[in-house]
Design a protein around this ligand. Structure first.
Ligand code: LFR
Length: 492
């Protein structure tokens, strides 16, 4: 039976998922899973891009060995990062990781050239220090030889798609995350490119999700002994794919894509570019079928992952279920952090940073692992409430619950605490949101599904959704007041 293949690359692991439509149901199968370990070289943090390409090939080989007919494939990944291609068509250097520090201070420097308000009005994208605009500006200021010789800018999925097919194209949803794409004019923004001193010729034509962009290159077909598989552009920004797979029935819905990052917001037909959106630092990332994601980044489970990694480095190993269990047993609401404090962005000693944050804000710092994890998860849930209320204010909607998708929903405690914090139900599922969104956009392109709304209905009918009803309302209401005080935030 013919399957489509979705490669979904996350910041710590990747997967290849096979999918087929059986009647009105999606049936998926795990084909290949692999780690995605960034590599520190001297002061710089890079993605191991060739290893990722190697893993894509392993997926194709596994499909071949299992005698699976692959009808088409597509890739999605995290956003903002890119590789630069030279005149000889080869990759110039290893792509930087968005958590590398080379963008430190670049935002402020660029705003001396062009006001922040202007950058936002031209792109509708939230200010995050790692946006491609600041990465390119950092390379320009550092007189990077790589940038000097570059002929093409390809984002991570563009680049891997190029390796597979030899075709170069910039995919739309990911292009919007660069903060260089103008969604109103529908083109790369010339003024911004001029401000960072980068030529427009660096950018390839923009293709929309659902476009076929070549097929496997002949040398790869020969190397692997596989057939000539068509390659599609989907919503190559993983958050775009995740939101495409939100099993919403109502057109007005709020979502939380929960993984390394927590991305919370709603879907809109037009970017929201007013002063309030800029002041609240909301973003309008391009989506499928002419939609935009009005959302905000929340630091997410990264803080927990890094905490666990730090303990592991110190010789104390815990599994995630163990940590969640310890958190459940620790005292409630003992200390809060603002997960979006700048201190928590780079890799490093999270337990130490949490301790210092608590000391700085006059709280007793959590000591035991259970206390630390409880502080992280409660603070995340409370931050979700804050951002959900901002989303309601900005979009003029009231949501009667929250859809949660992504690997983070395997953490049932976080789902329950999120429901408690927002005092509304949480509908959790599917966990493989991005990969499923990747699959459905391929099916829409092939005429198997009519549009994104039919796709969402099929997702709803195919995967279980766990409902978490809010509990302990009063305790969480009180905790919210305490959290806002510590984080220095006022009610939305
Ligand atoms: C989530 C995500 C976010 C983006 C961040 C960095 O995986 O794609 O949407 O802001 O990673 O690229």
């Amino acid at each position: 039976m013919a399957n489509v293949l979705a490669y979904d690359l996350g910041a710590s692991s990747g997967r290849a998922l096979l999918g087929r439509l059986e009647g009105n149901k999606i049936v998926t199968e795990d084909l290949h899973r692999f780690p995605n370990d960034p590599v520190q070289v001297g002061d710089r943090l890079h993605w191991d891009i060739l290893r990722l390409y190697h893993e894509l090939k392993q997926g194709l080989l596994k499909a071949k060995h299992q005698k699976v007919e692959v009808k088409s494939l597509a890739i999605d990944s995290w956003a903002v990062d890119f590789g630069l291609i030279g005149t000889n068509g080869e990759l110039l250097g290893n792509p930087y990781h968005y958590r590398d520090r080379h963008t430190d201070g670049m935002m402020e420097k660029l705003f001396e050239e062009i006001p922040a308000a202007d950058v936002f009005a031209r792109t509708g994208i939230q200010f995050l220090a790692f946006n491609s605009i600041f990465q390119l500006y950092a390379l320009k200021r550092a007189r990077s030889p790589m940038l000097r010789d570059a002929q093409r800018f390809l984002m991570i999925p563009d680049l891997l798609r190029y390796f597979l097919t030899s075709e170069m194209a910039n995919e739309f949803t990911n292009a919007t995350t660069t903060q260089l794409y103008n969604p109103v004019l529908n083109e790369w923004d010339k003024t911004l490119l001029q401000a960072i001193g980068v030529s427009e010729t660096l950018f390839a034509p923009v293709v929309h999700p659902g476009t076929q962009v070549g097929s496997l290159r002949p040398s790869l077909i020969e190397e692997l002994g596989v057939g000539p598989i068509p390659v599609y552009a989907v919503a190559e920004h993983d958050t775009g794919s995740a939101v495409a797979a939100v099993p919403a029935l109502d057109r007005s819905f709020a979502y939380l894509s929960c993984g390394t990052w927590s991305l919370m917001g709603t879907e809109v037909r037009q970017p929201v570019l007013g002063d309030l959106a800029r002041e609240l630092n909301f973003t309008n990332e391009g989506g499928v079928d002419g939609t935009f994601r009005l959302l905000k980044n929340i630091m997410g489970l990264w803080i927990l992952n890094e905490t666990r990694r730090e303990w592991e480095r110190a010789g104390q190993s815990y599994t995630f279920p163990e940590l969640v269990k310890l958190a459940g047993e620790a005292p409630a609401f003992a200390a809060f952090i603002d997960p979006d404090d700048d201190a928590f962005l780079p890799p490093g000693d999270m337990p130490g940073r949490i301790r210092r944050y608590c000391e700085r804000t006059g709280q007793k710092a959590p000591e035991q692992p259970g206390e630390v994890v409880r502080c992280i998860l409660e603070s995340l849930a409370l931050k979700y409430r804050y951002v959900l209320e901002l989303t309601e204010r900005l979009s003029g909607q009231r949501f009667n619950g929250l859809h949660m998708v992504g690997g983070g929903i395997q953490n049932a405690l976080l789902c329950q605490w999120s429901a408690n914090a927002i005092a509304k139900p949480v509908w959790a599922g599917p966990a493989e949101g991005s990969a499923i969104g990747n699959l459905v956009v391929q099916w829409i392109a092939q005429g198997e599904l009519s549009d994104i709304w039919e796709a969402r209905k099929v997702v709803r009918d195919s995967f279980p959704v766990t409902v978490y009803e809010p509990q302990e309302r009063e305790a969480w209401e009180n905790a919210y007041g305490g959290f806002l005080r510590v984080a220095g935030l006022s009610r939305a």
